[in-house]
Design a protein around this ligand. Structure first.
Ligand SMILES: Nc1nc2c(c(=O)[nH]1)N[C@H]1C(S)=C(S)[C@@H](COP(=O)(O)OP(=O)(O)OC[C@H]3O[C@@H](n4cnc5c(=O)[nH]c(N)nc54)[C@H](O)[C@@H]3O)O[C@H]1N2
Ligand SMILES: Nc1nc2c(c(=O)[nH]1)N[C@H]1C(S)=C(S)[C@@H](COP(=O)(O)OP(=O)(O)OC[C@H]3O[C@@H](n4cnc5c(=O)[nH]c(N)nc54)[C@H](O)[C@@H]3O)O[C@H]1N2
Ligand code: SF4
Ligand SMILES: [Mo]
Length: 726
């Protein structure tokens, strides 16, 4: 389903051809999702007229998804924010005046300085969204300002548990070898559906292409996705129980001696301890927890272990419960035990074509770092176990709302629709309403922008210069992102940070953008910035079995099944199972009133999280929020396909339209995330009606090392929306 929207990425042919003589074509990279599809940007008289997939790019070979195809509609949408604005009425009243950039930045600088002087730098927090071009620039500006408190809703909930955990276990983040040409014989899709999502760190087209060689596939998903339909084995588990399933597969692989004995003996640390630990987690133990029959778990273990090379494609579903670190660890041990590590057609470590980003974290004193919200408890998120430490969001929200453990007075949000994507959206709202200063930089006037003191118009990806390296962290393909046009007074987030740092006379973080980018390249692949911009991208040849030279980059030099670093931080060095805190087994009393298991957030190919509802072609392809329910459950409650349905949890209720399907277990319900209705009036734009995060919880217990809260596998009840109900 590459482009069923019929959206066109070109302006009318006449206009384009009339101006064809002064056409410039820039090689760039689409950044509307985590992927990095190569593109050619056609510019005529300062206007972007065409965005086409770059046929020479190894990542997309000329293809674009529906979102990439809609780039012109996004860039030139009439609702784009085009100049800075200051609030004139009460917070959230929707009254604004236009101001200049100078006025906006002067006022922000003045108010930040006053808060810093009165409460300390830690009273200023920064926020951003998932994996965007400027994500690390947000932390950089925070560190330059002297605050340790920056956050992103994915840090404890998405990808970073995988990054931080695999760095402990393997010394590096493994990715899949999609580009060397070696055909995988088996692929596991675990809580991940790259048919719909532009996945974390990969690009969707190479992931899809890997299916062409007809590998065996194993799909771990509570919903019958396109991949599940075609799979050799579909493990339809209860949401939130991935850890139990992985532990049971490890049990079977060890008990039946299906592991790669030579690799395990030479290259792993702690195999005996792991074997002892997983003895208790047999497939028969896991069956009633996961709802997957024991025989099927064994069959999956056998198929995976016997078929090489094997890839593991994993998604954020495994990071949406409060036992994230152990879940990621347990799943990552499947490739580890079967020797599918740094091999062609399997998991590989990257070439790191982009040098480490200068986050300026060294600018924080140890005392200030220790003040990072959550650092005392969640060391894998906010402390020494994190690749790039970030603040714990629920703790940050309490600091804003209640001044606990200390007051946070300002929040600068660069590309995050807080009210839609943070767990427990109502608490997020209460926290934002308490701030002295809320600044939001975005492309559109979101419900979160509506609460701001100052709104800044951000540049979208074809409006700015940057670098990208895909897969993320691994950096095998390095790409130059090019500024092709300017819209209104929009500015790149990076430029805003640099200007603000200069205005505030900060000691660091004031260098020109190109200096930072050039330096990152010099410390990575070594190619000069101008040359990369000319060529568009650099595809670095892969090397395999890199650990054979100097061992794994872990304290023992081995792949640590038993994690010495987790142990040193005071966490369990071996994986274990923990039932999700709200579930039919953990809270049977709650389950009496809320009998269904709720999961959320399976990706929609036409939207990126809370974005793109205002893009007509994309919205036409998916006009309404859709919940999924089994025919049996629907019939028992009088719900028909296409009905609006209430979905209610202990936190609140929302409505979405029913898709009645036997592709979901009768005991499970799925809701989409990210919904608000840009076409409806502000300030809330309908954000409370269908927003999945009205339903989710962000209270304790959290993952002990990562602070992760609970987005998938909660308890809910559903009922038809009756005429006249609102
Ligand atoms: N219930 C539930 N909640 C979830 C999830 C789930 O599965 N279920 N998934 C979670 C996950 S995995 C993640 S990563 C988060 C994602 O959460 P977010 O990253 O916050 O979500 P987005 O909607 O992608 O982005 C937020 C805003 O960034 C703006 N934006 C886009 N490009 C730019 C730019 O270049 N500059 C600026 N300044 N703004 C820009 C968009 O217009 C949008 O308003 O959501 C999480 N929330
Ligand atoms: N088009 C598009 N692309 C995107 C995004 C987007 O919103 N739209 N969002 C981006 C972001 S932030 C992320 S993190 C990635 C996410 O993309 P993926 O990692 O592919 O994850 P999801 O699509 O959220 O979920 C994948 C599958 O997990 C299943 N699932 C639900 N609950 C559970 C569970 O408890 N266990 C298991 N094993 N499976 C479960 C769902 O049924 C779904 O089919 O996509 C990124 N790319
Ligand atoms: S998959 Fe992502 S990077 Fe590729 S065209 Fe779509 S939005 Fe752009
Ligand atoms: Mo994410």
């Amino acid at each position: 389903m590459d482009n069923p929207t019929g959206a066109t990425a070109t302006i009318p042919a006449g206009e384009a051809s009339a101006a064809a003589s002064n056409r410039t074509i820039l090689k760039s990279v689409c950044r509307s999702c985590h992927g990095g599809c190569g593109v050619n940007l056609h510019v005529v008289d300062g206007r972007l007229v065409k965005v086409e997939g770059d046929r020479t790019s190894p990542l997309n070979k000329g293809r674009l998804c529906p979102i990439g195809t809609s780039t012109l509609d996004i860039v030139y949408h009439p609702d784009r924010l085009k100049y800075p604005m200051r609030r004139t009425g009460a917070r959230g009243e929707g009254k604004w005046e236009r101001i200049s950039w100078d006025e906006a930045l002067d006022e922000i600088a003045r108010r930040l300085q006053a808060i810093k002087d009165e409460h300390g730098a830690q009273a200023i927090a920064l926020g951003t969204g998932t994996g965007r071009h400027h994500i690390r620039w947000v932390s950089r500006f925070g560190h330059a300002l002297g605050t340790p408190n920056w956050c992103e809703p994915g840090f404890a909930q998405c990808f970073h548990p995988r990054i931080n955990t695999t760095i402990l276990t393997f010394g590096d983040l493994p990715v899949n070898d999609f580009t060397s040409g070696t055909k995988p014989e088996c692929i596991v899709y675990w809580g991940h559906n790259p048919m719909n999502s532009g996945p974390d760190g990969e690009t969707r087209f190479v992931v899809r292409d890997s299916l062409a060689g007809k590998p065996k596939t194993i799909v771990v998903d509570p919903r019958r996705t396109e991949l599940a339909k075609e799979a050799d084995l579909w493990l339809q588990l209860r949401p939130g129980t991935d850890d139990a399933l992985a532990l049971a597969m490890l049990h079977a692989i060890i008990e039946e001696k299906l592991y790669d004995a030579a690799f395990v003996a030479e290259w792993t640390h702690g195999f005996e301890a792991l074997s002892e630990r997983v003895k208790r987690y047999s497939p028969e133990w896991a069956a009633p927890i996961t709802w997957v029959p024991a025989e099927k778990i064994r069959a999956a273990a056998r198929l995976y272990a016997a078929t090489k090379p094997s890839m593991m494609e994993w998604g954020c579903a495994i990071e949406h419960t409060p036992n994230t670190i152990q879940t990621v660890r347990a799943i990552s041990m499947l490739p580890a035990l079967t020797g599918n590590v740094d091999v062609p057609g399997g998991w590989v470590f990257g070439m790191h074509g982009l040098g480490r980003f200068p986050s300026l974290i060294e600018n924080l004193t140890p005392e200030m770092s220790a003040k990072r919200l959550g650092a005392d408890r969640f060391k894998m998120l906010a402390g020494e176990g994190a690749d790039l430490p970030a603040a714990h969001i629920p703790t940050l929200l309490s600091a804003m709302r209640d001044g606990d453990p200390y007051p946070v007075k300002a929040f600068l949000v660069f590309g995050n629709n807080t009210l839609t994507t943070f767990g427990n959206a109502k608490q997020a709202y209460e926290a934002l309403m308490k701030l002295d200063l809320l600044v939001v930089a975005d492309l559109f006037m979101t419900p979160t922008c509506e609460l701001a003191d100052i709104v800044l118009p951000a540049a979208s990806w074809p409006e700015l210069d940057q670098l990208a390296a895909l897969p993320t962290i691994a950096g095998n393909v390095v790409l130059a992102q090019r500024k092709a046009v300017r819209i209104g007074e929009c500015k790149a987030d990076e430029e805003i940070f640099i200007e603000l740092a200069r205005k505030m006379n900060l000691p660091v973080g004031t260098e020109d953008l190109d200096v930072v980018l050039g330096d990152q390249l010099a410390r990575g692949c070594g190619m000069p910035l101008d040359e990369l911009r000319e060529r568009g991208f650099l595809d670095m040849p892969m090397r395999f079995h890199k650990y054979r030279d100097k061992g794994f980059k872990t304290p023992t030099g081995k792949l640590e099944l038993y994690s010495t670093r987790l142990e040193a931080m005071g966490y369990d060095p071996l994986p274990y199972y923990e039932e999700p805190p709200e579930s039919p087994l953990a809270t049977p009393d709650v389950a009496k009133d809320f009998p269904l298991v709720l999961t959320s957030g399976a990706r929609i190919p036409f939207f990126f999280n809370s974005e793109h509802r205002q893009i007509r072609a994309l919205r036409r392809a998916h006009p309404n929020p859709i919940m999924e329910v089994h025919p049996q459950t629907a019939a028992s409650l009088g719900i028909k396909h296409g009905d609006w349905v209430w979905i209610e949890t202990l936190r609140g209720r929302i409505r979405q339209k029913a898709k009645v399907t036997d592709g979901i277990d009768p005991r499970v319900v799925h809701v989409e995330h990210g919904w608000w209705f840009p076409e409806e009036p502000g300030p809330d734009h309908g954000v409370w009606r269908s927003n999945a995060n009205v339903l989710t919880r962000n209270g304790p217990p959290y993952d002990p090392a990562m602070g992760t809260y609970h987005l998938r596998g909660l308890l809910c009840r559903i009922a038809p929306v009756l005429p006249g109900e609102s």
